[in-house]
Design a protein around this ligand. Structure first.
Ligand code: SF4
Length: 371
């Protein structure tokens, strides 16, 4: 297939749905790892179309959602510091911290700017030499190369009024934590195609074997998703445990070597607390020792606020570990709505709760249901 429309073809989609339904001998449990996949599965009606054949649960693939509230509180505190501009992706602005979101803090006077990339934040530093520019660097392995490039440019040009709050996280350790939990229900993973575009899938192969869990690297369009599900079911029905790459138009086994080298020049693997999950060993990218002068949590350590427990009504951790669907959270649609969110998954464009709030009640489906 060459064109995007072909990945949304209703006839092909219905054929794949029929194949999947015909193939399943038991109701397998699949986890989509990426929030973008979650949104497209719910929006396209695929999840509903397949609900009698298998269960799709949603994983931790929303980097905004797993950013601890203490990190957001820190960003807000810095934005209130004199001569300081806090820059972040727009998605982060509405995510609640312990007391308020960055959007609320901005309306109260904090200097908070939405940017499209870390390079945009670096430009702010170049244009405002008398101010400190702090970029809240959130994202999976997908966005880490851009942050690394901004730091390399800053170093090259001797820009000293630029720093980042390092909040990049790694997907595979979270998948490992999920399968190791005593209440794990995942029988196969749809791995996030965009993350694998950077990381490749070599390390998933050993994880698949040790956890005895088939993994299919999957894209994002309806046909990609159905194809990933079809191959997952095929592996499960054949009792085969291995990694299958069904996003070969973007993903190589070794990943993007150049992007990985860029990331490794400034970052190393470290532990980090994920919102709702607690500490995930090796679950983060942290700045290397000789890049710590760009780490805002070192540069402005005195501004790090105390950690405050998240709102106990929010069951984001259960949603992101696939233990419950968003509607099973008592706050869903009542205390927590897209207009007035309690937790990050209701805000983020990749959050599972936002997907159900937007699409599940007024189901938009381009696919005709199979007979
Ligand atoms: S519906 Fe709201 S409160 Fe419940 S888990 Fe989702 S974000 Fe948290």
């Amino acid at each position: 297939m060459k064109y995007l429309d072909e990945y949304r073809d209703a006839v092909l989609a219905n054929d794949l749905i029929k194949q999947i339904c015909a193939m399943t001998t038991q109701r397998w449990v699949l986890m989509d790892v990426c929030g973008g996949q979650t949104h497209n599965l719910v929006r396209s009606g695929i999840e509903t179309a397949l609900q009698d054949a298998l269960e799709i649960i949603h994983g931790p693939g929303c980097p905004v959602c797993v950013t601890p509230s203490q990190v957001i509180d820190f960003a807000i505190t810095l934005s209130q510091r004199p001569n300081t501009i806090l820059a972040s992706f727009g998605d982060m602005l509405r995510v609640p911290g312990s007391h308020e979101s960055m959007l609320t803090a901005r309306s109260a006077g904090g200097d908070i700017r939405a940017v499209y990339s870390p390079i945009d934040a670096l430009k702010l530093a170049i244009e405002n030499p008398s101010k400190e520019i702090v970029f809240l660097a959130v994202g999976f392995e997908t966005t880490a190369p851009a942050t690394a490039l901004a730091l390399l440019q800053a170093e090259r040009e001797g820009i000293q009024n630029f720093s980042i709050i390092p909040a990049h996280v790694r997907v595979q350790p979270a998948m490992e934590a999920i399968v190791q939990s005593t209440d794990n229900r995942v029988q196969a993973f749809l791995a996030a195609g965009h993350v694998c575009t950077i990381t490749g899938y070599q390390s998933l192969e050993s994880f698949s074997q040790t956890s005895r869990t088939p993994i299919v690297v999957t894209g994002f369009e309806p046909i990609d998703l159905l194809d990933g599900i079809l191959h997952s079911v095929r592996l499960l029905e054949a009792n085969e445990v291995r990694v299958v790459n069904r996003y070969a138009r973007n993903v190589q086994r070794d990943g993007n070597v150049s992007a990985l080298q860029t990331v490794e020049s400034v970052y190393e693997v470290g532990d980090r607390s994920w919102r709702g999950f607690g500490n995930i060993p090796s679950g983060a990218l942290v700045l290397r020792e000789d890049w710590k002068h760009y780490d805002a949590s070192e540069k402005f350590a005195a501004y790090i606020p105390a950690q405050i427990p998240d709102d106990q009504r929010c069951r984001a951790a259960d949603v992101m570990a696939g233990r419950i669907k968003p509607m099973e959270c008592a706050a869903f649609g009542r205390d927590c709505t897209p207009e007035s969110p309690l937790g990050a998954p209701m805000v983020s464009s990749e959050g599972a709760c936002a997907a159900y709030a937007r699409f599940q009640t007024t189901l938009i489906t381009p696919l005709d249901r199979p007979e």
